[in-house]
Every structure is written in C-alpha cells, then in structure tokens.
Design a binder for this molecule. Structure first.
Ligand code: ZN
Length: 312
C-alpha cells in the first residue's frame, strides 16, 4: 500500500477519520452513524491507507492538539446566550480540520485534488508554523435551543460533512406576530462564493467549525470574507490572534439540520420563534427540564459502560 500522507510503500494501519482521542472524550456516543452509506455500526470510523510512521508519529502532534482544545472547551454544553473565550493555535487548528477533511474525502473515494504536495507537507511537518492564507476557519458554539432533545436524533455529538450549505437568505420568510403563523421560504437561496474549492463543517461536542479552502489565486477572497463576516453567526478566526470569543452559531433549525448555515437575520427570526414558543408553553418547560435531567443520568450510565478500555 502507498501511504496517503508520505507516499511510501508500507503496511497499512487503521487511521481514525476523527482522532480516537477525540472520540474517547464522548464515550456515550458509541455508535457510528454513516449517513452517506446509510449504515450504523459500533466500530470507529477509520481508513486503512496510512503507514504506521505517519499514523503514530508524524501526525500525532495534530491529534494531541485537537484533543486539548475539544476537552478544554467543547465537552461541556452551553446555554443559548453563553459566550466562550477560546485560546487556540491557529495553524494547528488549520491542520486539524484539513487532516479530518482529507481523511473523510478518502474514505468516501471523493476528490482529493486540493491536497497537493504543499498541503500534505504542511500537515506532516510539525515545524511548519506559517498559516495558510487560503484556508479560512469559522467557529461558533452549537447549542440546542429547539424543543427537540438531542437523544431523539441519536445524540450525535461528533459530526462532520463536506459542503455545508451557506444560505444567502433566511430559512424563515416572516412571522405573523398577530397569529404566530410562521412562513418558511419556499426555495432556499444558496450563496455562491467564487474561488471556494472545498468546504467542510464539523461539530465536536458544543464546538462547531467550518473549514473553507479557497483556490490559491482566489481574486475575491477579501470580499468573500467580508460577506461571510456580516452574513453568518460565526466568528472568523484570525491568524494574528490566539484568543477569540465565540458565541452560539446554531438556531433551533440549524442545530439539527447540521449542514445548513442560516444568515444572521434568519438566525434572529428563528430565535424569535423559540422565544414565542417558550412564552406560550410555560407549563411544559418544567416537564421538559425534568426529562432532560433523567436523560443526563442515563447518558452518564451509557458513558461509564462505553469508556475506552472498559470490557463489557
Ligand atoms: Zn506515511
């Protein structure tokens, strides 16, 4: 086998698509739900085309850092109005998301042409600490503000997908405040970003990230970034800083429909619906909270049963 990273002929080893040290932080999520292949299985998602040296040595600095940031900020859940100050290494974050995207593309036999020698070299070389200008990272908090608890959709805390749908107009068209009737937009309008070669969306617990890989000579990069910064409820991480405050980037629709990225004004409309529902269903709120307390206990039990190293 030819290693997907160093290109050497070597024996294949099992490379986790998302590092196993991150999977281990969420032992309660012990099943893999593969939406592309319509399968659910208990093994971790892996790909067998990486040599032992790359898997266990050359790339492990990326995995260790991914664990550090997720463990520090995103294992816990947040409330709708919380903000979190994260301290991060921008270059390492670029490498983490690029590596996971590359692994996922190969596992789906998808186009990997973006991962040329320069990008692969960037991943393999721990000492390469120059940020890639053509790679943008957006970050936010994933908070379930919907009336539907996570366990009703399989309690999926780790998710990733190619090509998130960045909308150009809101999912909700308008709300009739007299009657409470909600009007959805019939056809979702998608923003086109010229020069965007590849994009991915990731959720690690309560942390949500979008990876945008631009063509190297993308002429509109600055304009695209201005549109993104005013249009979406995400923070664009800066290569020049190590500390950023991030806030909720999901609303009651986009929290569950993970690939959809609504515009700021749609996010606001969706939050108004959440607020109106809470006002209208005051008495149901306590039943909902009780249910969540019970689920938390059950989740802790499942986590204990499936902790790494525990033999059932
Ligand atoms: Zn290798």
């Amino acid at each position: 086998m030819k290693c997907a990273y160093c290109g050497n002929e070597a024996k294949a080893t099992r490379e986790h698509i998302i590092s196993s040290c991150i999977l281990d932080l969420f032992p309660e999520c012990f099943l893999t739900i593969d939406e592309n292949r319509k399968r659910i299985y208990s093994a971790d998602p892996v790909i067998n085309d990486v040599c032992a040296d790359c898997n266990n040595n050359k790339l492990s600095y990326i995995d260790n850092n991914a664990k550090r940031i997720v463990q520090k900020y995103f294992v816990q859940s947040y409330d709708a109005d919380d903000t979190v100050e994260i301290d991060y290494n921008y270059v390492l974050l670029q490498k983490i998301l690029l590596k996971y995207a590359y692994n996922d593309l190969r596992s789906n036999h998808d186009d990997i042409s973006y991962f040329n020698d320069e990008i692969i070299g960037f991943l393999l070389n721990q000492d390469d600490v120059t940020p890639k200008k053509e790679i943008t990272i957006l970050a936010g908090l994933a908070v379930n503000t919907s009336p539907v608890p996570d366990y009703m959709f399989g309690n999926i805390k780790l998710r990733w997908s190619k090509s998130p749908i960045l909308l150009s107009n809101s999912i909700i068209l308008n709300i009739d405040y007299e009657t409470g009737q909600i009007f959805r937009r019939e056809h979702l309008e998608v923003e086109k970003f010229e020069g965007l070669a590849l994009s991915y969306i990731f959720r690690f617990g309560s942390g949500q990230f979008i990876l945008l890989c631009w063509d190297k000579d993308c002429p509109n990069l600055e304009t695209n970034l201005i549109v993104i910064s005013v249009q979406y409820p995400y923070e664009i991480l800066s290569k020049d800083s190590t500390i950023t405050t991030i806030a909720r980037c999901t609303d009651e629709t986009t929290y569950h429909l993970f690939k959809l990225v609504d515009v700021n004004w749609g996010h606001g409309l969706s939050d108004e619906i959440t607020h109106m529902r809470k006002l209208a269903s005051n008495t149901c709120e306590s039943a909902f909270s009780e249910m969540n307390v019970l689920w938390k206990k059950e989740e802790e039990r499942i986590a204990r049963e499936h902790k790494a190293g525990v033999i059932l």
